[in-house]
Design a binder for this molecule. Sequence first.
Ligand SMILES: *[C@@H]1O[C@H](CO)[C@@H](O)[C@H](O)[C@H]1NC(C)=O
Length: 248
Amino acid sequence: MKGLLHVLTVWALIGWPAYTQGGPENRGFTHKFIQSSNRGTNDMPLPVWHEQFSIQFNETTRIFVTKRTAGTWYYDALSAKEAIYRENGNGDRYCGSVHPFRQTPCLHVVTDGKRYLVFPELGECCMCCTAEMGCGVLSPTWLQGASFEGTTTIQGVTANKWRRDGLQPNYWYATADEAQVPLELDQMPNDFQTFWPKTFTKGPPGEQVFQLPNGCSPRCPLTSVCTFASTEAQEERQLRNVDGSAVA
Ligand SMILES: *[C@@H]1O[C@H](CO)[C@@H](O)[C@H](O)[C@H]1NC(C)=O
């Protein structure tokens, strides 16, 4: 038990996922959405973060070992809902900490200010952590302040590259045109997603993708990283309270 906790702590420290760090993050909902103007100062292209979309992706994660999976990301900042389906959740820090030894599909579903982990083939679902704890939807403003890093070619098309630092650098690639179709998200050093541009759909995903199964457990297992997510976010909040700055 102690060994497992240690392993999970290391796991948690190796790389915090987007929503609990300064990178793609869930804070700052009060900020204005990024305007869809394509040109910034000095003629640098500004990234557009789409408020509502669905897209399929391939993902490579490296926690202890390299794992690959595919999935679909459903995102709706306007209703603060998000669902990320992975064919195999084992390489995902959160899903993989609930079932470290199972290769099975797993979904993150963020709805009503809570992030749930759903294992459809196991008939399991649990509440992992709350938006207050830092587990809400990815902030639609997370790309604000990103620096433009030039163009490159991805899947045969010209892509713009931006860098937005959290605790670690995050690189965002989108087609270098008005549409700004997502191409890649690289959350250094251990989570890399390649999007399937043909599957990109703007607009609200169907409501059914955010539906939770019946009987979700109100807490994920204490041995999961969900436990640490809560602790870390609470500590962070206390620190911010102490130094008197506003709590986002
Ligand atoms: C996703 O992975 C599959 C299987 O490895 C591959 O055939 C496909 O080209 C990949 N798609 C993208 C967009 O990387």
